[in-house]
Structure formats: structure tokens, C-alpha cells
Design a protein. Structure first.
Length: 492
């Protein structure tokens, strides 16, 4: 996976700065509360939501167990339908493939329909380095691009911007990228949307090359699927002469019947809609209808390494609905930029450290960007147990151990800065393995409880500065149980 956002510090420092920005926190609080309330209502309408959730989980797990077979089947189906399949092991290889394909057309610009995979690999920057300009056409992505910004949400990349800020960006930047914003532009949603429509229309009509991602790929037919709410995807997928789709290998489903499950759960979990306004599907090429050249770039970029982790692989079930972001108390206060990745929020905290590894300071900090409240697991439409993976990755950061990186088994060294934590956990493990020692320690703590400080010394102070230390009971549970016969004496 490509590097973290340029200049990004570790999550604790980035989040500390973000929570001091009251405008940002206000924007995030309003948006996430609105989205999650609408989602809860949409989900409540479905009587078999739990069954759909379980079905999605099982389909994804089955596909991941047999990913090699389904990827080969997908390639055969795409080629039979007139498309060309390319395999990219990492970001550099994917960028080289796309750049070469664009150059073969003789064009110097492309239009893009929202694709997190191309953001993950830094495709726009790679194209620009070769003299090719990429135009984002999703409204939120357009705002981010014009504002020289970074996406901060999976579904709503410009969630950190309010309407006034968007109007200022349009007035200041649109003229540098094409058609300028209308004079006297206000911050009403209708006027902002119309300004974006006029700006993008000329790009759609002249574009010869389109670049897309895909929400799903159907192995038995070679069909790709994009779901969206604006219609920009339909324009990118049908008007250009050449279409290049960059898709992570985990986005595959075996059959159209499997796709049916996700077309029910994804809209309700993401936009709180019963179905997406635009569901575009395409299979290879067709004479005189749509793009005449179709290229599918299948992207690994750390996904095979993640698949090798029995606990962490469940992150590959993700269908990018963003429901976990909208319920996360940490994301609501810190925002997406603090995660230093195109994948923010709870899913980013478990996906990015697996795709990129935990060698960098920011990736080592991401598994700690959570209170482990479990709200993310409750809303996930494919039942990813994010808290379980977070704890698993925390253990990897602190203890090190064997992992798979770039297809090879390696042994990670423990991360720096966790020596005290390792010592404390090892001491606790030893004490729990020796009942006599544990019993003596509990009794000593109870008898000296009046002498206990209200805050912890040394490194522990960072914890107790924002929390009350739990009071030590007058006697250990074991002694109470023995004295009362399990609570039977003197109780009813």
C-alpha cells in the first residue's frame, strides 16, 4: 500500500489537534448523527436484517477461502466478454499499468468515478507525474480535489466541510480546473450542485478515457457493479471510449444471487436508502454501445498478506458502507484526517495497519484509535468484529511476532515505546498463572486501599489524568465468596 498522507503524525497527535477545531467537530457531529439516525430507521424496516447480515458474512468468508478459484473464474469471464485483465501486486505496478494504458490512447486527461482503490495507490499523483490530469467527478471528491484536500470519510469524503466552505472553494478554484463557478454563487445545496453539474458536464462530453473502481465483481459473468447517488458514475462508465477499472481483489462475489444480498444491505447501511438511485453494471464490451476498450486492473497491495491472518482477514469482508464511522465516538471527535489513510474510522484502524504493516509510527498507533465500545461491530452489515481485530493488532504492535509481508513469513520486532506495557502484561500473566500470588496481592491491595493515590505515577499518569481510578473493595472477591458461602449467608 502506498505511504501515509504526507506529513501526517501518529494518531494521538493528529487527533489532539483535530479535537481543538470546533468547526470540524461541529461539522462531524451534525453529519454523523444525521446519517446514523436515518440508517437506523432504514434498517428497522427490514424484518430479516439479521439474516441478511449473516448471509453477507458467510458469502464473503466463503469467497475469501476460495479467492484463488474465483479470481481465475472472473478473469476468464471478463476476457470472454471482450475485456482485458491486468494483475497488480502493489501500488507501483497498478499505477504503471494505468499510466501505460492511458498513454496508449494518446489522451492527457481522464475522468474518474469515485474509487478508494485509486486513492489508496495514489493514482492521481502518478498520472500527474506523467503529464496526465485526472478529474474527480463525484461531488464530494470534486470538493476535496478543488480544495487541495484529503478525503476524511468513506462515503462522504468532504464531510469535514460545511456549505460556506464549499462555496468558497468553488469560487476560488473552479476556474483553474475548467468552467468557473457562476457569479453570485450562494451556499444553498441546489446552487452548489448546479455549479458542480455545469463544471463537470464539459469534462464528461470530451473525455475519451474513464477510470473507475467497483463495489462488486461477479465471478461467473465477469460483471462489475458500481452503486452511487448522483449519476456521475453512469456518465464515466458509458461516455468514454476506454474504461479502466482498478479494483481490490476482495471485491469479488461468486454469483448474481450473492450480489442480491449486498444490494439490500449496502444502500441501507451507507446512505440509508432502500436502494441506490444508480446501480450500474457492465460486462466486457459491446459493439457501438459504451466503451470499446475495457481494462480491469486487479489490485492486491497487501490483501493477500491480510488474508493470511486468521483473525485480521475478516477486514476484507468490508463493503465500504461507512456505518462504523458514523457511530464511532472517536471518529466523531477526531475526524478522518487523523487516521493518515484513505480508510479512516474503525475499519481504517484495522485495515490500514494490515495493508501497510505496522512499521510506521502512524500505523502502529491506529489499533489504539478506539474505545472498544463495540458500536462498530453492531452496525456492520457483514459482521466484522472490529474490536476483536483491534485487540489482535495491539498485541502485534506490543509483542511483535510472525506475520506475512509481501508473501513472505517474517517475524516483527516489538514496537518501540511499549516496554512498560509489555512488562505490566507479563507480570499480570505470571500472577494470574499463580493463584497463591494473586490471592496475596489482592489481600494486600484491600488492606492498603486508604493509602492508594488518586492518580498513577509515571507513564500511567496519561491514563489517570482523564479517568478516575476504580476503588479497591474492602475485601477480595475470593474472601467474600468463602465468608458468605457464595452470597447465601445473610442474603435472600
Amino acid at each position: 500500500m502506498s505511504g501515509t498522507f504526507v506529513g501526517m503524525p501518529a494518531f494521538p497527535r493528529a487527533a489532539h489537534e483535530a479535537v481543538s477545531n470546533q468547526t470540524l467537530r461541529g461539522n462531524l457531529r451534525h453529519a454523523t448523527h444525521t446519517i446514523r439516525a436515518k440508517r437506523a430507521k432504514a434498517v428497522s424496516e427490514v424484518s430479516d436484517w439479521a439474516e441478511l447480515r449473516e448471509a453477507g458474512k458467510r458469502i464473503k468468508d466463503h469467497t475469501l477461502r476460495h479467492l484463488d478459484r474465483y479470481l481465475v473464474q472472473l478473469e476468464e469471464s471478463v476476457v470472454a466478454a471482450g475485456g482485458t485483465v491486468h494483475w497488480a501486486a502493489d501500488a507501483d505496478e497498478a499505477n504503471e499499468i494505468v499510466t501505460r494504458l492511458v498513454k496508449m490512447t494518446g489522451e492527457s486527461e481522464v475522468v474518474k468515478v469515485k474509487s478508494m482503490a485509486t486513492q489508496e495507490i495514489g493514482l492521481n499523483e502518478a498520472l500527474e507525474a506523467e503529464g496526465i490530469r485526472a478529474y474527480e467527478t463525484d461531488l464530494a471528491e470534486l470538493i476535496v480535489q478543488l480544495g487541495k484536500d484529503r478525503p476524511s470519510h468513506i462515503l462522504v469524503p468532504a464531510i469535514h466541510r460545511n456549505r460556506g466552505e464549499i462555496r468558497d472553494i468553488f469560487e476560488r478554484e473552479m476556474g483553474e480546473w475548467g468552467r468557473p463557478a457562476p457569479e453570485g454563487l450562494t451556499d444553498t445545496p441546489a446552487e452548489l450542485a448546479e455549479a458542480a453539474r455545469l463544471h463537470l458536464r464539459e469534462k464528461f462530453l470530451r473525455a475519451k478515457v474513464g477510470v473507475s473502481g467497483a463495489n462488486f465483481m461477479v465471478a461467473d459473468t465477469g460483471t462489475l457493479v458500481v452503486v452511487e447517488s448522483e449519476g456521475n458514475g453512469r456518465m464515466c462508465l458509458t461516455l468514454p471510449e476506454t474504461l479502466i477499472s482498478v479494483v481490490g481483489i476482495e471485491k469479488i462475489v461468486p454469483t448474481w444471487q450473492d450480489l442480491e444480498v449486498f444490494l439490500q444491505t449496502l444502500p441501507r447501511s451507507s446512505t440509508a436508502e432502500r436502494m441506490n438511485p444508480y446501480t450500474s453494471t457492465w460486462t466486457g464490451t459491446t459493439d457501438e454501445d459504451g466503451p470499446q476498450n475495457f481494462h480491469l486492473v486487479l489490485l492486491d497491495n497487501g490483501r493477500s498478506d491480510t488474508l493470511a491472518d486468521e483473525v485480521g482477514r475478516q477486514a476484507l469482508r468490508c463493503i465500504r458502507c461507512s456505518a462504523c464511522l458514523n457511530v464511532c465516538p472517536v471518529y466523531e471527535r477526531a475526524g478522518g484526517h487523523a487516521y493518515g489513510s484513505v480508510y479512516p474510522g474503525p475499519i481504517g484502524a484495522i485495515l490500514s495497519p494490515q495493508l501497510r504493516g505496522t512499521a510506521s509510527e502512524i500505523d502502529a498507533s491506529l489499533p489504539y484509535a478506539s474505545s472498544l465500545c463495540g458500536a462498530c461491530y453492531e452496525v456492520c452489515p457483514v459482521a466484522i468484529d472490529i474490536p476483536e481485530v483491534l485487540v489482535h493488532l495491539r498485541e502485534r504492535v506490543v509483542e511483535g511476532g510472525p506475520v506475512v509481508r509481501e508473501g513472505n513469513k517474517v517475524v516483527l520486532k516489538p514496537a518501540k515505546g511499549h516496554a512498560a506495557e509489555r512488562a505490566a502484561m507479563r507480570a499480570a500473566r505470571w500472577a494470574f498463572a499463580h493463584p497463591g500470588v494473586l490471592r496475596t496481592g489482592q489481600r494486600a491491595a484491600s488492606r492498603t486501599r486508604r493509602l492508594h493515590p488518586r492518580t498513577l505515577p509515571g507513564p500511567g499518569r496519561a491514563w489517570s489524568d482523564t479517568r478516575n481510578l476504580p476503588p479497591v473493595p474492602a475485601e477480595p472477591f475470593r474472601d467474600w465468596w468463602q465468608r458468605t458461602g457464595g452470597g447465601k449467608e445473610g442474603g435472600k
